[in-house]
Design a protein around this ligand. Structure first.
Ligand code: IMP
Ligand code: MG
Length: 181
């Protein structure tokens, strides 16, 4: 174990196994849908998850990226969401699968869904790797697909950062409190 981490909560093997299962669920949902499927990766946290997840999807997909921020260098949500980069694709009449790293308060996802809904897609579904349901302030925001439910701990790795670091870890762990105090 690295000396900056308190514990590993999800190993690389656990993550990869779950992604295969999620891929099956997504294939069942989308395989006979004729419209385009746009996979929207929410940068930067969902980068790793999206890359592994789309390799499990058997039908044609189009990638797009959106960058929104609700967090600064801290571990608490600022409560406001800013769009830094918008989609390039026209999603009207198409199926949209939003891929997120983690749903915490739900504010980010609520905002993204609201924006994308106005563009009249055929459908919007959300697939998140992690869900922290105990922290939800937006109670109606429930991901359609969820990799793992986790307790209220600040986690890093596999795309998730603390002050832009730790994203490249292949597993998910909890930082020692002294790392962000
Ligand atoms: P929400 O708007 O509170 O749901 O926050 C969602 C965003 O906050 C995620 O996309 C992450 O970027 C970030 N976030 C929330 N919890 C964690 C965590 O435990 N580690 C790292 N980033 C987190
Ligand atoms: Mg994020």
């Amino acid at each position: 174990m690295r000396d900056d981490l308190k514990e590993i909560i999800l190993t690389e093997e656990q993550i990869q196994k779950r992604i295969v299962e999620l891929g099956c669920e997504l294939n069942n949902l989308y395989e006979d849908k004729l419209e385009d499927l746009i996979v929207v990766c929410i940068l930067k946290g969902a980068l790793m998850f999206t890359a592994d997840l789309v390799r499990q999807i058997k039908r044609q997909v189009v990638f797009d990226f959106m960058d929104v921020s609700s967090y600064g260098g801290d571990t608490e949500s600022s409560g406001s969401v800013r769009i830094n980069k918008d989609l390039e694709e026209d999603i009207k009449g198409k199926h949209v699968l939003i891929v997120e790293d983690i749903v915490d308060t739900g504010l980010t996802l609520k905002k993204v869904i609201e924006i994308l809904q106005t563009r009249e897609p055929a459908s919007i579904k959300v697939c998140t790797l992690l869900d922290k349901p105990n922290r939800r302030t937006e109670k109606h925001i429930i991901p359609d697909f969820n990799g793992f439910e986790i307790p209220d701990k600040f986690v890093v790795g596999y795309g998730l950062d603390f002050a832009e670091k730790y994203r490249n870890l292949p597993f998910i762990g909890v930082l020692k409190p002294e790392m962000y105090e």
